[in-house]
Design a binder for this molecule. Structure first.
Ligand SMILES: NC(=O)c1ccc[n+]([C@@H]2O[C@H](COP(=O)([O-])OP(=O)(O)OC[C@H]3O[C@@H](n4cnc5c(N)ncnc54)[C@H](OP(=O)(O)O)[C@@H]3O)[C@@H](O)[C@H]2O)c1
Length: 260
């Protein structure tokens, strides 16, 4: 066994939603493992600082505009990435959003925004990129899930529905594209502190409650996703597809207190 199994030198990785948060954690990890990157956001300006950071690591990086709610934008991103590098090896399908409301207050538009971004958007990005991977008979697609991929929570019903869908989509695409040498897996993070979860982390009582329920007794830190994304993007996971890996300090084990 060689540690070269985890080396991504020469690989081209697209990370969607890399203007902040988990997208940057994941993209940085892939770059440190050797990959050259395509990073995306709806606004190119928000990628400037991170582009410079990745370049300072000695990696090539192509910042591209992408709105996963727009079919044309998805096609243009995949074409631009492919024509720039001549191939796409890895996709991290990370762009996503959430709407926090009691289920009775969720509007038609709330539902469409969350489902169309997290599920429809993820599918069509994967499809556009897979069309480039299939002729090469190689690809690693990593869909970002969540603890809500395997559990439901009050106040975020559309989000949970979208993330449950990501798990099923991952299995279906794995079955469909395995014959072309493409693996499709889901990396499901726990509750990390980012712009999307700021409203929760601003509440110290909630943070104490969360940590109490996490078996490893701490919240996720940026580097906690590094090993898993590199594993799923590399030859180390060559015979694994259709799976969901929860990187959540164990909270999805259902660590509810059963004693007092
Ligand atoms: N934070 C957590 O604890 C956690 C846990 C599990 C899963 N997740 C998931 O992991 C992903 C990243 O989460 P985060 O916490 O880093 O969220 P975040 O800080 O809100 O970042 C979301 C990213 O998605 C992009 N995005 C949103 N809507 C988009 C659209 N229509 N088209 C293209 N890009 C879009 C944003 O880019 P622009 O706004 O720059 O376009 C941004 O880069 C999300 O899918 C989230 O649901 C987060």
């Amino acid at each position: 066994m060689s540690l070269n199994l985890f080396n991504l030198t020469g690989k081209i990785a697209i990370v969607t939603g890399a203007s902040r948060g988990l997208g940057q954690y994941l993209a940085r990890a892939l770059a440190l493992a050797g990959a050259d990157l395509v990073i995306t956001s709806r606004t190119l300006e928000s990628l400037q600082e991170f582009t410079a950071e990745i370049e300072s690591l000695g990696r090539r990086v192509l910042p591209l505009a992408l709105d996963v709610g727009n079919h044309q934008s998805i096609q243009e991103m995949a074409e631009a990435a492919y024509s720039h590098y001549g191939k796409i090896d890895i996709l991290v399908n990370n762009a996503g959003c959430n709407v926090r409301k009691p289920a009775v207050d969720v509007s038609w538009d709330d539902w469409n925004l969350v489902l169309n971004t997290n599920l429809r958007g993820g599918f069509f990005v994967a499809q556009a990129v897979a069309k480039k991977m299939i002729p090469a008979r190689y690809g690693r697609i990593i869909n970002i899930g969540s603890v809500t991929t395997v559990a439901g929570y009050a106040g975020i019903t559309p989000y949970c529905a979208s993330r449950g869908g990501v798990k099923q989509m991952t299995m279906s695409l794995a079955d469909d594209w395995g014959q072309h040498g493409i693996t499709v897996n889901c990396l499901a993070p726990g509750w990390f502190k980012t712009a999307q979860t700021k409203v929760l982390y601003d509440n110290e009582e909630w943070v104490d409650y969360l940590i109490d329920r996490i078996p490893l007794k701490r919240v996720g830190q940026p580097h906690d996703l590094d090993g898993t994304v590199i594993f799923l993007a590399s030859d180390a996971s060559a015979y694994m597809t259709g799976q969901t890996l929860l990187i959540d300090g164990g909270i999805s084990t259902g660590a509810t207190k059963a004693t007092v």
